[in-house]
Design a protein around this ligand. Sequence first.
Ligand SMILES: [Ca+2]
Ligand SMILES: [Ca+2]
Length: 131
Amino acid sequence: MAHHAGTSDSITLTLSPDRAKYLSVASMFVNTNDAFVGETGLSIGSLATGETFVMNMNVWDSGTEANDELAATIPGPAGGGEGFNAARNDDDKVSFHPGVVSKDDGLTTSALSANHRFLNPGARITITRIE
Ligand SMILES: [Ca+2]
Ligand SMILES: [Ca+2]
């Protein structure tokens, strides 16, 4: 999934409660160079019907691309540029994402505006067992 600021998506999964005890999710922040959210091992096996689990997610920098915020390197609608490139010019370490700067806050070459800025935790996941 790919998310835009301030919006939400909903998906329905059909799982066997006997076999699906844990859920892992990942999504890129498409209006960034290489930011993503990801959680693994979310325990869903004990959710009762109608019960909801909510978790705020930290945004990670995948360490593959320098956060230059150039349109040519941002795949989301703010840039329309390249998504993945095998050439790595970041530090090759996953770390907390420092957030984007944007052209509104002084990075004049940035394809991003203040609307694309975020703070950690930058996303929320809500899981509801519906039957
Ligand atoms: Ca980066
Ligand atoms: Ca890219």
